[in-house]
Ligand binder design. Structure first.
Ligand SMILES: [Zn+2]
Length: 470
């Protein structure tokens, strides 16, 4: 049943607890099947442990001991060589006072508060405040306070100030301790514990509904849609019965979930198509999603260079022009949008025109590689820095929707030319973004095989669970 997994060099323990979604519990025949599994990877234990916590049934067959967890490392970890579980094993810096004889007073910082005022409230004078901020290390950073942060003062039994803690966020604090006669400050950054989690769902009516049933936040569902959005039109293509499965990160601090991390691997079954995507960070530190064989999930061009727009006029070689009232080919696609809506470069390239251009009004033309150009017309305004010769990235804002030139109302007129010939931007087959470089393919395989194997294992487990009628 299980595939052969890559050889392991790090022994790991995998604990799986499957929590069957409420739809399954309350309505076994429900169309929506949602399931979650929490997985914790423990590199220190040499054994693989799996526990199905949802019921007393026999455990799910073994998952692989994981290895090569490179790409699972949290984004906060600079090196992509750090295994996932390393983050979970990072000792949490002492944030609670260990000496029981200290007494702590904490204040929430509000706008208008001053350091001097906070010291005063805690019973200390400006002289002491000055000796703190003139202390060693990063003590001086105590002067930068922001509303919403919390500051705590610790005194010993002799009522002397011995410690200050400025909690900047859930993860970051400035800790200042008195050592001898000197205050010494340091920034303490906690690494959240990263837990891989599995979810799967089947679409009954909407992707978001299925995502919620599967326990995904809307933000994660959006990300899932973003990953597959180049291949699936989530408005037009989605059908009842489409399925997805996803392995993603959850970030925990002191046992409490603080956020979702990124999606690590996902499958999407759309009608009869099966699509797979896996997260990878290349040697240069650039991260993206790829197919298991290393092709980019992205296209080299966005289909639509404006968000929240509708097509108001399609590519049509026999159209009557709305202003000139003559038959004149419409060699582009019009997207109606409010004046000022950002217009994005559909692909990376070089600006070869940015200025007035007859009936096009304010127009930008981009050159992509040697044979493709795109044109964006009727702009109200160009984006800052957009001029001939500038290089732009895909998705970079190059201007704003307007109605300059021959236009009846605010819209983007968008053209796509291949070797000088106008093509329909809405239907032209778009080339894929660059795949994994040949020289890096080996590294890619090593890094992603394990993630894909995990995804498959959880899917298998899920199928068994369902087959047992749970
Ligand atoms: Zn047009």
């Amino acid at each position: 049943m299980l595939k052969t997994f890559p050889k392991t060099h790090i022994a790991a323990a995998v604990v799986i607890s499957a929590v069957v979604g409420t739809a399954m519990i309350f309505s076994p025949s429900a169309e929506v099947e949602a399931k979650r599994m929490s997985v914790s990877l423990d590199l220190e234990s040499g054994e693989v442990v799996q526990t199905n916590l949802s019921n007393g049934d026999a455990p799910i067959p073994s998952a692989p001991a994981t290895s090569d967890q490179e790409s699972v490392a949290s984004t906060e970890v600079a090196s992509d060589q750090v295994p996932l579980a390393a983050a979970s094993k990072t000792p949490t810096p002492a944030d609670e006072p260990k000496q029981p004889e200290l007494s702590w007073t904490e204040y929430q910082i509000k706008s208008g508060d001053t350091l001097s005022g906070l010291f005063k409230k805690a019973g200390f004078n400006d002289g002491l405040m000055l000796s703190v901020i003139h202390g060693e290390g990063e003590a001086t950073k105590l002067q930068r306070l922001y509303a919403g942060e919390r500051i705590a003062f610790a005194t010993n039994q002799a009522d002397e100030l011995v410690s200050i803690k400025l909690q900047r966020s859930q993860l970051e604090s400035l800790q200042i301790d008195k050592t001898g006669e000197e205050f010494i400050g340091k920034t303490v950054v906690k690494e959240p514990e990263v837990r891989a989690r599995y979810a799967e769902g089947e679409i009954a009516s909407s992707l978001f509904g299925a995502g919620q049933q599967a326990g995904l936040t809307d933000k994660l569902t959006m990300e899932l849609a973003g990953i597959f959005g180049w291949d699936i039109d989530f408005v037009m293509d989605i059908r009842k019965g489409d399925r997805f499965s996803v392995v993603y990160e959850e970030l925990y601090l002191d046992g409490e979930k603080i956020d979702d991390g990124k999606i690590l691997a996902a499958n999407f079954y759309n009608r009869s198509r099966e699509l797979a995507a896996v997260f990878y960070t290349d040697k240069n530190g650039v991260s993206d999603y790829f197919t298991p064989d290393g092709r980019s999930m992205r296209k080299a061009f966005l289909r639509t260079p404006v968000d929240f727009a509708r097509i108001s006029s399609s590519f049509n070689l026999n159209r009557r022009h709305p202003v000139l009232n003559t038959i004149r080919a419409h060699k582009g696609t019009d997207y109606a949008a409010r004046t000022g809506t950002p217009i994005k470069a559909s692909g990376q390239g070089k600006v070869i025109h940015a200025g007035r251009k007859g009936g096009y009004g304010n127009a930008v033309i981009l050159q992509h590689g040697t044979n493709i150009t795109t044109l964006y017309a009727h702009m109200n305004q160009f984006a800052k820095g957009i001029r001939s010769g500038t290089y732009v990235k895909q998705g970079q804002v190059i201007g704003y929707v307007g109605s300059t030139g021959l236009a009846t109302g605010p819209h983007l007129h968008y053209e796509f030319r291949v070797n000088g010939t106008h093509r329909n931007p809405a239907t032209v087959k778009l080339p894929d973004a660059a795949p994994i470089a040949q020289a890096e393919l080996e590294r890619f395989k090593v890094s992603t095989d394990n993630l894909l194997a995990q995804l498959e294992t959880y899917q298998e487990s899920g199928r068994l669970t369902l087959a047992r009628g749970e």
